[in-house]
Design a protein around this ligand. Structure first.
Ligand SMILES: CC(C)(COP(=O)(O)OP(=O)(O)OC[C@H]1O[C@@H](n2cnc3c(N)ncnc32)[C@H](O)[C@@H]1OP(=O)(O)O)[C@@H](O)C(=O)NCCC(=O)NCCS
Length: 163
């Protein structure tokens, strides 16, 4: 069955937690707070965009955007990005990312930033910049797509990412 991508709507909350939990289950880089990140961003008023991929009534994937800073630059953080295990490797993650990047570009920020696997995200144009610092774990996994100038300075994600 073909999937569809749409904005989250009221009533999707539990299914979003569930799809993230299932996608990250057992991953070495997973954190116990991953599943509730979208919930916590929403509650903190920090959720700028939340897209879901659906197959029938089932939510099989999700991606979120929240505000971030890179030095003086206003960025958007992409993440979490998650696809249900039984639906992975069918292009859903790439499609969710493509939609999120298109919306991010239209949003009028200076670029997008995330922390994640270097091989996976390079396909979308994400790059590591030695002009950018990150005062947290996994600084080597911080990648950006600047829309204008070369990014410079420290990356700061929404506070819920470090709570
Ligand atoms: C990462 C993820 C969102 C990709 O979704 P997907 O729908 O399977 O992705 P696509 O079908 O668009 O792309 C599949 C490609 O991604 C690669 N890929 C999938 N998960 C990957 C991972 N964790 N690390 C590196 N590459 C990965 C596959 O090898 C495949 O590569 P190929 O095209 O060269 O064979 C999904 O695998 C997932 O939810 N993983 C667990 C959660 C996670 O790691 N999220 C990202 C960190 S925020």
């Amino acid at each position: 069955m073909k999937y569809k991508i749409r904005q989250e709507q009221e009533g999707d909350e539990a299914a979003i937690v569930d799809v993230i939990a299932r996608a990250f289950a057992g991953k070495s880089y997973a954190d116990e707070g991953d599943a509730t990140l979208v919930d916590r961003l929403r509650e903190a008023g920090g959720l700028i965009l939340s897209l879901v991929a659906t197959q029938g009534k089932e939510i099989v994937g999700q991606v979120a955007l929240s505000a971030a800073r890179v030095g003086d630059g206003k960025y958007l953080c992409v993440g979490p990005l998650a696809v249900a295990p039984h639906q992975q490797r069918k292009g859903i993650g790439s499609d969710l990312m493509g939609h999120a990047l298109g919306i991010a570009q239209a949003y009028g920020r200076d670029g997008v930033v995330l922390q994640g696997d270097l091989h996976y995200y390079s396909r979308f144009g994400f790059k590591v910049f030695d002009t950018v610092t990150y005062d947290g774990d996994g600084a080597e996994y911080i990648q950006l797509i600047p829309f204008e100038d070369t990014p410079t300075g420290a990356v700061v994600f929404h506070r819920v990412f470090s709570e």
